[in-house]
Structure formats: C-alpha cells, structure tokens
Design a protein around this ligand. Structure first.
Ligand code: G3P
Length: 217
C-alpha cells in the first residue's frame, strides 16, 4: 500500500519524507490556497519544490473545466517534472481529457470521485489513479469505505490497472480499513500517518526497558 500525504505544506512533506515511508503527494487548489500559494507561476514553482523533496508521484490539478483547457494545462503540468501526475475532475470533459492524456503517455489522477460508476468510467478512460473522497462521504452519512470496497471488486473483476487512491482520508482508522480492503494508495494528513505509530504499551514498555538498563549499568 502506498502512502501519499495530502498537503501543499513543504515542512509537513519533508517531515513525512524523512520518516521514510512516503510514496507521493497529492494537492488540490484548496490546499495550495491554504498555504498562501497563489498565481499560476508561484503554483507551478511550488509543484517543482514538492517534486524536489519527495521521490514519488505528485498530483497537480488542472483548473480548466473544458477539454481544450484541461489538455493545455495538463501538458504544461506534466512537462514541469517527471513525477507529476495530472489531476483531472470527474466531469464529462474530464473523462475525455483523461482518455487524451492516457493516449499521449501522460499519467492522471481522476479526482472528486464519489460513486462506483464514476470510478468505472475513470478506469475505462485509463486513469492511472482514481480518487474516491471517503471522508466527504462520511460527512454526509454515507459509508466512504464501502465505496472503496465496491471499486476494488469492480476493478478486480476486470483486471483494471487504475490504482485506487483513497482520498479525503481523515484519520488512522481510515488508513487501516483501506489497507484491509486493498486500496492501492491512501492520501491523508501527516497526522493519519504519524498516528499509526502510537500505542501506550510501546511507550510503557520502552520506559521500563530503559529503566532496567540503567539499573544494571
Ligand atoms: O485528497 C482529497 C482531499 O484533499 C480532500 O480532503 O479532507 O478536504 O475532504 P478533505
């Protein structure tokens, strides 16, 4: 299972990278705005900065919602760095753009996916990743994890190679449940990764080992 961090914050990206378990980064326009990164040039530079910190894939989202605009932006993003994956929204023009990018050797992440039908379309268009937003489904009393299970079943039925990228992950239980279901990737905040570290018995056990060591030395 790949671990991506869902942020545009360079410090947090560095921290996750230093832990040694990071496989990539996802961003979106809201995450960029949260870090105060505005203006096309600054945004493009920020993507390159992120690519220079991590080894894996970095999702960079198009803003256009028409086919020509998405293609223009996506090609520009893909040329920035070999690690860039073009993030395209699940709309009609987006499906066409994903198919175009697939045919032209540009990797894609189909974002804003909230149903199995949308995920099936993304796979048919050849998306590299599909991003079901599980936290946002949970927010409206719909089981986000169930969507991951449905997509897993459908993709396995037909051998689709599109990787399921569980997005809008909010906490460690999302990560664990996604791992059990067989999601290929999860993207979440740093806390959802670091939270996996924690167990009180680890802390108690380590304190006791150190105490006993000191007694004998
Ligand atoms: O990867 C998608 C993500 O950025 C959305 O997360 O927490 O805003 O629902 P959230």
């Amino acid at each position: 299972m790949k671990f991506f961090i869902d942020t545009a914050n360079l410090e947090q990206i560095r921290e996750a990278q230093d832990l040694g378990v990071l496989d990539g980064v996802t961003t979106n326009p809201s995450l960029m705005a949260k870090e105060g990164i505005t203006g096309r040039d600054n945004i493009l530079k920020h993507y390159v900065d992120i690519c220079n910190i991590v080894d894996g894939d970095v999702s960079a989202e198009v803003i256009a919602t028409d086919f020509e605009g998405m293609v223009r932006e996506g090609e520009q993003l893909a040329e920035l760095h070999e690690q860039i994956v073009v993030k395209v929204p699940m709309i009609k023009e987006g499906v066409k753009a994903i198919k175009y990018f697939t045919d032209n050797g540009i990797r894609t992440n189909c974002t804003l996916v909230f149903s199995a039908g949308q995920a099936l379309l993304a796979a048919k268009a050849g998306a590299t990743y599909v991003s079901p937003f599980i936290g946002r489904l949970d927010d409206i009393s719909t089981d986000g994890l169930n969507l991951i299970a449905e997509i897993r079943l459908i993709y396995d039925n037909y051998g689709f190679e599109t990787q399921i990228l569980a997005a809008s992950v909010r906490h460690t239980m999302h990560v664990l449940e996604c791992a059990k279901i067989g999601s290929d990737v999860m993207t979440g905040p740093l806390s959802s990764i670091e939270g996996l570290l924690k167990h009180p018995l680890t802390d108690i056990g380590l304190a006791k080992f150190l105490e006993d060591y000191k007694k004998g030395n």
